[in-house]
Design a protein around this ligand. Structure first.
Ligand code: ADP
Ligand code: MG
Length: 220
């Protein structure tokens, strides 16, 4: 499903050029569970952002479901992202003024799905993340673990084939973190969602079927 060929990403900061990704070659199949580990600053987030189509590589080829996505314009990228990719962040990135249900509903609003179907799917997903009784709570009325479950519900509401998570437990206590990992793993297993997760935590990283180590922008 994911095929990266000779991916490079340079960042230009003033006079300095940072080689954040240095010749990444990587293949990930549909349904795989892969963790990404490596020191801070090694390029993990940059790699995940490229895979998420949130960032463009400086060079190299990226095939997503056999389509070369390095050739697409912004509108096409947005569409491929919306239809194929869910993303979960360390700091949740929920919209503060919206309720849990409204946050989860947002991708379907953007995709033009009818209100009736939206309500039904939000109710299903809220149940799946055990938050049926928190539908009307705003993010500031939820715990960290609950906010992350809302974020996961939002990421999966469009039923993407690929779920990406950048240190999803990095801001949680260990108990909530464990619950989040188990939720992500159950989505991977039950719905055949490919799961690609960055983590600092060795015990979490080792749970994946495959662990990729990134050092200085390279797969080691
Ligand atoms: P990690 O997630 O492994 O901690 P990152 O992928 O965030 O690392 O960063 C890799 C390198 O690229 C770092 O040296 C970082 O400073 C640099 N970098 C990341 N994003 C940017 C950016 N938008 N502009 C300039 N440099 C960046
Ligand atoms: Mg990072």
């Amino acid at each position: 499903m994911i095929q990266l060929e000779h991916i490079h990403r340079y960042f230009q900061v003033g006079e300095q050029s940072i080689h954040a990704l240095n010749d990444i070659n990587l293949t990930i199949k549909q349904g795989e569970y892969v963790s990404i580990m490596g020191p801070s600053g090694s390029g993990k987030s940059t790699l995940l952002n490229v895979i998420a189509l949130l960032d463009q590589p400086s060079s190299g080829r990226y095939l997503l479901n056999d389509q070369d996505v390095t050739q697409l314009n912004d509108e096409q990228l947005a569409r491929v992202r919306r239809e194929n990719i869910g993303f979960v962040f360390q700091f949740f990135h929920l919209i503060p003024r919206l309720s849990a249900a409204e946050n989860i509903e947002m991708p379907m609003v953007l995709a033009g799905i009818a209100a009736k179907e939206r309500k039904q799917r939000v109710a299903e997903v809220l149940k799946a993340v055990s938050l049926a009784d928190r539908a009307d709570h705003r993010p500031d009325q939820l715990s960290g673990g609950q906010m992350q479950r809302v974020a996961i519900a939002r990421a999966m509401i469009m039923r993407p084939g690929l779920l990406l998570a950048d240190e999803p437990t990095g801001n949680l206590d260990s108990q909530s973190g464990r619950e989040i990992i188990e939720l992500l793993e159950s989505l991977n297993q039950q719905q055949d969602m490919t799961l690609l997760m960055i983590t600092h935590d060795k015990s979490i990283g080792q749970r994946a079927e495959r662990c990729i180590r990134i050092i200085d922008g390279q797969v080691s």
